[in-house]
Design a binder for this molecule. Structure first.
Ligand code: PXG
Length: 444
């Protein structure tokens, strides 16, 4: 490995307006990544960092996969771009058929976009259009959940439940309500896998919302099957099953945002498989292309697609799409990724490693200030007691310390989340746990 000769000078960092970053703080003390292979990153100076987060929960098959690189290169050579409005290219249809074949139940049509945020806004729009197409145009309300993250579009932040993603942008979409979040540390702290308590009662909160607004005004409910960004919150037992029942009873569509849980994170293709609960619509991104080319998607059940295929055949059924919907490079990458997932049995591998991962995560119980540890599949979250009058400071310091020690973790307030690539080895899990433990101890 030959690292680049010099790190960029500090004054080169100014022009980039960084996303979701404390720009001024970062630019004073930057953390740069220059190379990646397998489950590792290297800094520009050549320091090796183990990737405890699969990038941002997205590089499920590990970095630098030759097969994906070749598929993208071949596609670039053959055809760089083709529009998908009133035109088509073969790889998009082929990919959709492959996705439909691997999805549970009758989730059998795929709409493509370029990110999770676009997937969420697309799903909300499809839900509204579908309700209208079946003569239920009064159903315009969208129900999200506290502590939900659904990307950064106006639809996504409206149904999302993280205050910092909402407060700068005014009133957002009208007609949105939120269910309570599912994090109950008083009852469920240090649960292994699905927490025992509160599932049915928490889901029954949807009944209260229906009673308040009337079902005839509600189009859809959107939840992450396991909340990711707010610290990895597996749903209590029975929660998702109950949500499905309530939605069915009231004619409300259920949307699973599987941007993080999709493509193997829980040891199954999708959380819908893991929980055996089939949503009406499912949003995906990240692992769909192993993050090589930006891509997102909305998978819909047969009745959703069929319900929109009405009216004269010459009329566009859904006035929605992106210049780069089903971009040929993204389709080529996503198809190559599916081959890897299948050939290497990576979803199964994720399932097999999840117990080892769980034991590793829970071995950190008892470290100073650790108040909760959660896990599901090949991911988990660790809550730490915040410092007095400085919420998030411990979490940030732990994230920085871990990076200095050679480990990438994600931080949300005083919580650390980890979600390694599914190709991780057991000894590398040991290393991740060891370094995370050292970082937590160092910041106590
Ligand atoms: N839905 C969910 C459930 C997500 O986790 C999005 C939508 C939006 O995807 P895009 O591709 O538009 O970013 C996400 C994204 C973190 C973290 O640290 C999580 C995400 C993105 C960045 C950081 O937890 N999730």
């Amino acid at each position: 490995m030959t690292p680049p000769a010099t790190a960029p000078a500090a004054n080169n960092l100014e022009a980039f307006f960084m996303p979701f970053t404390a720009n001024r703080q970062f630019k004073k003390n930057p953390r740069l990544l220059a190379r990646a292979k397998g489950v590792h990153y290297w800094t520009p100076e050549g320091r090796k960092v183990i990737d405890g987060t699969a990038g941002l929960w997205c590089v499920n098959a590990g970095h630098g996969r030759e097969e994906i690189k070749q598929a993208i290169a071949r596609q670039l050579e053959e055809m760089d771009y083709a529009p998908s409005f009133q035109m088509g290219h073969p790889k998009s249809f082929e990919l959709a058929a492959r996705h439909a074949a691997m999805l549970p139940g009758d989730l059998d049509h795929a709409f493509y976009c370029n990110s999770g945020s676009e997937a969420v806004d697309s799903a909300l729009k499809i839900a509204l259009a579908w309700q209208r197409a079946r003569g239920q145009g009064t159903r315009t309300r969208l129900i999200g959940r506290e502590r939900g993250y659904h990307g950064v579009g106006f639809g996504g932040i409206s149904v999302g439940g993280m205050v910092n993603n909402r407060k700068q942008w005014g009133v957002l979409l009208p007609g949105v309500d939120h269910m309570p979040h599912t994090h109950l540390p008083a009852k469920n702290a240090f649960s292994r896998g699905l927490p025992e308590h509160g599932g049915v009662e928490l889901a029954d909160e949807l009944e209260r919302i229906v009673a308040l607004h009337d079902a005839s005004t509600i189009a859809a409910v959107i939840v992450e099957p396991c909340a990711g960004s707010t610290g990895y919150l597996p749903p209590p037992k029975g929660y998702l099953q109950r949500l499905r029942q309530i939605c069915d009873k009231h004619g409300i569509l259920l949307i699973f945002d599987e941007v993080i849980t999709g493509f193997g994170r829980l040891g199954t293709g999708f959380a819908a498989d893991f929980f055996n609960v089939i949503p009406d619509l499912m949003t995906v991104a990240k692992g769909i292309s192993n993050a090589t080319v930006p891509m997102g998607g909305v998978f819909v059940r047969k009745h959703i697609y069929d319900g929109l295929m009405n009216g004269p055949e010459n009329v566009v059924e859904l006035f929605h799409g992106y210049t780069y919907s089903a971009h040929p490079l993204a389709c080529a990458a996503a198809s190559a990724v599916l081959d890897i997932y299948k050939d290497e049995g990576l979803f199964q591998r994720s399932a097999e490693l999840s117990k080892y991962w769980e034991d590793g995560m829970h071995s950190l119980k008892g470290l100073p200030g650790v108040t909760d540890i959660r896990n599901l599949g090949l991911a988990g979250g660790i809550d730490m007691e915040g410092r007095k009058d400085a919420p998030g400071a411990r979490g940030y310091d732990t994230f920085v310390k871990a990076f200095e020690l050679g480990l990438m973790v994600r931080q949300a307030a005083d919580t650390i989340a980890m979600s390694p690539p599914l190709v991780i080895e057991k000894n590398q899990i040991d290393e991740i746990i060891d370094l995370a433990g050292k970082a937590i101890k160092a910041t106590a």
